[in-house]
Write a protein that binds this ligand. Structure first.
Ligand code: BTN
Length: 239
């Protein structure tokens, strides 16, 4: 992997998308100062200080396995969970790709595609991880959030954490591109916090409630509503 460090940038995802032609497959853009971070579903990703991770991986997979591209966020999510476990904490996955520790969000993933003249030039897989953040700062966010230093009582070495993420990401990336979500399904489901529970999922402006009964072989969430209708959701956010 090729690492590119930027002193300050609006958003590593935005930068990676705008400069995608200049960088090879598997280039990682990361920064200490992200001034306009973006989250999923048009939200913002708050800046928590320089000792946290703000990074984006540029991927240029061949176009034979398009249907699994959206699952790359789930692949990265499992990778992050593995790294968190090395620090002795118990990460729980909230579909599709959030990680919570003790019911508080610790990391988020945002995938974006770059399309030109109808052709996909590449994908940008951005991730933000709270590694070293003060509780007072976390308390100001509009949802319960935590940071690895708080969960472990240790100062976390950012370079070391990022190195572990990228190493594990590379290990099975090629297999994942070939096989898709099924490769990691068991590892994903084992850490899922939402299965067999009543959930409400926000899908853009709509909300749908039901019991989360299954993660399908392609990573979708299957819900059973109160009228016993099944819904298979490919995108959304559990509230
Ligand atoms: C979410 O949970 O809503 C996804 C958050 C993704 C945040 C990361 S930080 C690095 C990269 N650059 C961005 O602007 N966003 C992603």
């Amino acid at each position: 992997m090729n690492l590119v460090f930027l002193e300050e940038v609006e958003s590593t995802n935005k930068y990676a998308k705008e400069h995608i032609d200049e960088y090879a497959n598997m280039t990682v853009i990361y920064t200490d100062n992200q001034t306009a971070g973006r989250g999923r579903l048009n939200r913002v990703w708050n800046y928590m200080g320089k000792d946290n991770i703000y990074a984006s991986i540029i991927l240029k997979p061949s176009d034979t396995m398009k249907e699994i591209y959206s699952n790359l966020t789930q692949y990265l999510c499992v990778v992050l969970a593995q790294v968190f476990e090395e620090y002795g904490v118990i990460p729980k996955i909230k579909w599709p790709n959030d990680i919570k520790i003790n019911s508080k969000k610790i990391s988020g993933i945002l995938a974006e595609g770059v399309i030109e003249n109808g052709k996909l030039k590449g994908l940008v897989l951005g991730f933000g991880i709270n590694l070293n953040t003060k509780k007072e700062i976390l308390d100001k966010i509009n949802q319960p959030a935590t940071s690895l230093n708080i969960e472990t009582g240790m100062v976390i070495d950012k370079q070391n954490f990022l190195k572990k993420v990228l190493e594990i990401f590379c290990l099975r990336y090629d297999s994942f591109i070939e096989q898709g979500f099924i490769l990691i399904k068991d590892e994903y489901v084992r850490r899922a916090s939402f299965l067999n529970k009543e959930v409400t999922v926000k899908v853009f402006e709509n909300e749908i409630s039901g019991k989360a009964i299954e993660i399908t072989n392609n990573g979708a969430l299957k819900l059973l509503d109160k009228n016993m209708n099944e819904h298979i959701l490919l995108i959304g956010d559990i509230l």
